[in-house]
Design a protein around this ligand. Structure first.
Ligand SMILES: O=c1ccn([C@H]2C[C@H](O)[C@@H](COP(=O)(O)OP(=O)(O)OP(=O)(O)O)O2)c(=O)[nH]1
Length: 148
């Protein structure tokens, strides 16, 4: 494992008393995040669920918000925008955009683990507009073109 990334976390008033994001096992890749509010997600519904904290992420990194496989498999509940992107310059509350793709209402209780956070290095692009692109064997083929 590489050296950990230092993340500063500011607890917000409604996050008082909640466990901080934490690794569930010594080898876990994601910091489990708990909900700072309780709500019911109807089938097909989505919501930005409060976490009760804000982050300062070092420049050159993002934090990805990813679903938990247990919620996805058992309840059809996932992060709609997975992986969610927390920009390094964002100082607002981290929220988890949960969607219920299952057939039953899903209850979120304050303190439930709802997602996981994974820091990742960011490679920025230097965009150059050009009149023509170099030729390749694939050309414009895509979207299953090699399977036909
Ligand atoms: O799952 C998420 C995704 C985003 N954010 C916050 C942090 C992120 O830095 C900010 C903006 O996210 P994004 O760039 O994905 O959203 P956008 O729709 O492009 O909005 P903006 O115009 O604010 O960038 O919203 C979250 O709290 N949770």
């Amino acid at each position: 494992m590489t050296d950990p990334i230092a993340l500063r976390l500011r607890r917000l008033p409604h996050g008082e008393g909640l466990p901080l994001p934490a690794y569930a096992t010594a080898g876990a890749a994601g910091l489990d995040v708990v909900a700072a509010e309780s709500l019911t997600l109807a089938p097909g519904a989505r919501a930005a669920v409060a976490t009760g904290f804000a982050l300062a992420i070092p420049a050159g990194y993002e934090v990805q918000v990813r679903p938990r496989s247990g919620l996805a498999l058992r309840h059809g509940v996932t992060c709609l925008n997975t992986p969610g992107t927390i920009d390094h310059d964002y100082r607002g509350e981290v929220k988890v955009i949960l969607a219920n793709l299952g057939q039953e209402p899903f209850e979120v209780s304050r303190g439930d683990r709802i997602a996981q956070l994974v820091p990742a290095p960011v490679q920025r692009a230097l965009l150059a507009e050009v009149d023509a692109l170099d030729d390749t064997d694939r050309g414009a083929g895509g979207f299953g073109s090699t399977g036909r």
